[in-house]
Design a protein around this ligand. Sequence first.
Ligand code: GLA
Length: 739
Amino acid sequence: MAEVWHDESAGVWLLEMPASCYAFGLAGDGTAIRHLHWGPRSQLAAIAGLAGEARAEPSSWERYRTWAAELPDEYVPWGGIRYDEPTLKADYPDGTRGVVLSFTGHRLTPLPAGMTLEVDLADPAYDLLATLHYRIYHGFDVLERWVTLRNDGPGPVHVRQALSANWWLPTRRDWRLRYLHGGWGAETQLAEANLVPGKLVLESRRGTTSHEFNPWFTLDADGAATEESGQVWSGELAWSGSWKLVYELTAAGRVHVCGGWNDFDAVYQLAPGEELTTPPFAALYTSGGFGAASREWHRWQLAHVLGRGDRTSMLTRPAWAPADEPESGAEQAAVSQLRPVLYNSWEATAFAVSHAGQERLAELAAELGIECFVVDDGWFRGRQNDRAGLGDWTVDRDKFPAGLTPLIKRVTDLGMRFGLWVEPEMVNPDSDLYREHPDWAYHFAGRTRSLHRNQQILNLARPDVAEWVFGTLDTLLTEHDIRFVKWDMNRHFSEPGWPEAAGRNPERIWVDHVRHLYAILDALRAAHPGVEFESCSGGGGRVDLGILGRVEQVWTSDNTDAWDRVLIQHGFSQAYTPQVMMAWVTDNPNWLTRRRLPLRFQFHSAMAGSLGIGADLNAWTATERAEAVELIAEYKAIRPVIQQGGLYRLASVGGAPFQANQYLAGDGSELVVLGWWGPAQCGSGLHRLRLAGLDPAATYRDASAGQEHQGGALMHEGLQLPTGIGNDFGSMLVRLTRL
Ligand code: GLA
């Protein structure tokens, strides 16, 4: 059970989760809210004791010394004697450029799936209210935090920085940060750094989540955590626009992490009576190492994030959106749907799509056991290449003379769902939309509009543009039996101007673009509940908890080389569930790396997440097709364990060019081991692979070899492996069932 305890006399709140707890309390004269504990479970009485020690306010002399100025406030407005990273910075109409917040009250709200605690703070001199939200879930160690600001004053307030949360870590000596970085074709590479005095800022200024950094982290101290054990604190931000995470080791020797919207170039003008809600920043604590941290993220995402819509009412419903909004995560508790095996023709055909060509691919795909057939880029008017067409979302009648309907019918008759690619936030200058509305794209009046992939970005912050995007897609989905949409975004922001809004806070585009994107997706999902969505951004450029609330899956990377993918997927799995991680088997040699890999290796690599095929099926031999039929059937049999089981990363590339994942069914009855060898090196072979999370006393049978193993032996001695020599790009799939 998730429970919130409040000791009124001690002025303490304790958020209790299954294996962890989080606590804060009133300090000073009862107006400040100060962090007390985040870690293993603790009793309210122990926390109240801590609160007593923390209550004393520093003297003026102590304040003078830097350390005392950095008290662990739950939310830090810039306004008094404080020099660490603030979470809030705002200006008032009279020119006062600082905020002072005092505690005014709190509310506890039980939810079917958890509990919310809201703490109200106010700047009484200016009637600015800040509500700190905390949400916990029954059965999970994840705590979500966000903030709502409300301007009750008579004039506008300019918010220059409004981060979602400030997380204080306990006092330890050496902190290690792990994070995900990369670039196009090489997303989610796992990196680590030791925190040193000062700040480390990881961010996106690109208007979207980015390939370069992903808003996820783990922190562990004194080298104590491993994949299998040790204390780990981890966080993830639910925002698909520019963001920043600041990791600061203060002069007082304390580490805090704060994050949310990027304040770079950002100002949000709050009119009298207006509210601003920041995106949720979720975090968890575990003593089970990096593996337990990622398993907890995966479990929680499946139960409470995927496709669950607007989780914090970040936006009041726009007039054009249908009334029945999806329920928020904590109100539902169903497990999300398994992902279908998908075919996508992008690598096979690029822009050269046609009715006959797609129909042939659909027939071949159906024979393999594909469940969802997706037509990618190239289907709409003017789209012969990437230089034209974006914005004109009507079918190209030269390629599809009778429209898409006959193809959709054929695909549906073949027993598959029909899916379509769109890139609705974009426009090519060579399009009717741009010729009619050049002002709809972001631009600065006196500057050249930089093109990237020959396209510009539509100003979705404009209500008329957002309404047009919704209307265009709503029509497309109403007129066709489309059941899956791949929503792409192939460039990042430049010249983010809105000249017509000069003097009226055009900088709000950084926030409003994404809020409107979310509103459009929420509205489309409400109007077309049978349609599933994939988030793509030139590969994995838009993967985060915010977009995951609106889609069923994401495109992991445009790099479909199955060996490179083993590494990309290793990083991805730290933060996000394998269920959303789309991986395709594509042509040989790979289009990007020119590497040739065995078909079986490609399948085993793609089976680590949600399986898809992206190859030109016309070129496959009968033997390849037969192998694919067998492997796709095998994938369907193990799919529930892969997509919704517990993931244990057994071995990762480092010492040996070998990596393996184990997936364990929720009830422990079944497990799958996938292993991949890279180019082998003499002497570096791994001989045995130790499994994890099994019942030591139980017997497990190998489904294909028929061999039996004791759980204890599998975890202690491990499975026997080939030496690795001569096994370049070999792979393994072992299925064990508990007897
Ligand atoms: C991006 C996507 C690809 C494909 C192309 C189409 O690069 O990541 O999967 O959809 O756009 O132009």
